[in-house]
Design a protein. Structure first.
Length: 291
């Protein structure tokens, strides 16, 4: 289970090695925004070597958008190194994950990889038209590993002068995009991954941002600096108190399987509380098995 996805420029060997030493659950080797157009080819070469040397590190690759020539070049260069997954930027809708999946089918066969082994994580909200098609992810590719979102490219597409208010809160259009990503992930039955917190020096702000993400239902978060990883990882782990309470809820309902509601510590609980309690215990179990 991935709580933290750490973005690293694909053309910077030093930063890639530093990321490999971090506690990030997954590394995203970025060949899109953080690599200048003239450096794309060099970035692919550096990224391919890095992935080949760190096959067990959980290294994903953010390719360039599917409607660019660079996307196929990225895939042809990196698939021989068997990336842990592909991050798809700027999809127009769920159909882009289907198109990408078909390309991966061919490339996996070409490089003697199990067909279907490479999951896809789309950044769902970077184009305005994509927000009107979020429900389609519930019937998208079986490769879908989760859904995440982004605000900066969306703001640029809208011509907005800002994406946050004076207190750092998302403005209404971007709060909507975040919520749609969360709902679409739940409908598709995959994890929702919250977007980046760009001020990597603001630890208290990051902690509040990550905590709000888990509170709302996100399973993890994107990071842009190794220094953010520890805060993110801690934020997306259920506390001991939460696990204990969840276990009590499950036990109470198990003891009274016909009951619609059950009282606990003066609070009436019903079936949605049981569903959430089971989810907390499952997250705790998975994280424990990874440690």
């Amino acid at each position: 289970m991935n709580r933290s996805f750490l973005f690293v420029p694909g053309d910077n060997g030093r930063k890639l090695e530093k990321a490999a030493e971090s506690a990030a659950d997954a590394i995203i080797v970025d060949l899109e925004d953080s690599v200048a157009p003239r450096e794309k080819a060099r970035g692919r070469s550096i990224a391919r070597e890095f992935l080949s040397e760190h096959r067990d590190r959980g290294c994903w690759v953010r390719i360039n958008p599917l409607d660019t020539e660079d996307a196929l070049a990225d895939l042809r260069a990196l698939m021989p190194s068997a990336p842990a997954g592909i991050v798809l930027p700027k999809p127009k809708g769920a159909n882009d994950t289907v198109r990408l999946g078909k390309l991966l089918d061919v490339l996996e066969q070409e490089h003697s990889l199990p067909v279907g082994r490479t999951p896809i994580l789309p950044i769902t909200t970077e184009r305005p038209e994509a927000l009107f098609r979020m429900q389609e992810y519930s019937e998208a590719s079986a490769r879908l590993a989760g859904l995440t979102w982004g605000a900066e490219d969306l703001g640029a597409a809208l011509g907005a002068s800002g994406i946050r208010d004076d207190r750092g809160n998302w403005l209404a259009p971007y709060q909507l995009a975040r919520s749609l990503c969360l709902f679409a992930a739940a409908a598709a039955g995959v994890p929702a991954i919250d977007t980046v917190y760009t001020d990597y020096r603001d630890e208290s702000g990051l902690e509040a941002f990550a905590s709000a993400g888990r509170r709302d239902g996100f399973s993890g978060m994107l990071a842009i600096h190794p220094g953010q990883v520890a805060v993110i990882n801690a934020a997306f782990v259920p506390t001991g108190e939460e696990v204990e309470r969840a276990a009590r809820i499950v036990e109470l309902f198990a003891a009274s399987p016909e009951a619609g509601t059950i009282g606990l510590d003066g609070v009436m609980l019903d079936r949605p509380h049981l569903v959430q309690a089971r989810r907390v215990l499952e997250v705790a179990r998975r994280l424990k098995s990874q440690s």
